[in-house]
Ligand binder design. Sequence first.
Ligand code: ADP
Length: 228
Amino acid sequence: MIEMKDVYKQYKNGVTAANGFDIRIKQGEFVYVVGPSGAGKSTFIKMIYREEKPTKGDIIVDGINLSTIKTNRIPYLRRKIGVVFQDFKLLTSLTVYENIAFALEVIEEHPSNIKRKVMDVLDLVGLKHKARMLPNELSGGEQQRVSLARSIINTPKVVIADEPTGNLDPETSWEIMNIFEEINNRGTTVVMATHNREIVNTIKHRVIAIENGRIVRDQHRGDYGYES
Ligand code: ADP
């Protein structure tokens, strides 16, 4: 599903954030990406949805080589990938419903399907009753639920998340994790950068640990592994 082959990323300031990443992630896997701040986790995540391009090496997502993808094919790639951020990135002037519907409108989904699809994902995240509210009328956990709903509206093959529980209290973080579990149980690949030791050590999945731009550990049902 996702393959990185000898991937290097050097930013313009000379920092090498990826120093030879080689990994394969199969369809349906759940992968945590852990490591200290500045290790290269976000770079790893961003290269998968082509927010950043590697300086060298190949990244293949669902058969598409990101090194050679034409710009006009990037929207097609992004439809296969849902993205969830630490700070939710919702459009503040749009309602919950509109934030999610927007992701369907841009791909020109038939209007008659939009309402059904949006209400289905809102049901999955438990927020059907808040469809008409604005993001700033919701708690952080609820906003993250909306962002999760938006990430899966196009039934992507993979959901990529960069510190999705980073701004949430522990109880809310567990609720969000349960939704990720549900999404993964439905067959969607999940790749999640996280600092949440308790979650990684409790809901066991593959752990890829990055330090100084290198993958230092890749473990089936691994532990978080760092002292705090
Ligand atoms: P993490 O997510 O593990 O905290 P990042 O991937 O954000 O790590 O960063 C890895 C390294 O790359 C850090 O040294 C960071 O300062 C640097 N870096 C990240 N993004 C950029 C950028 N856009 N320009 C220059 N350096 C960057």
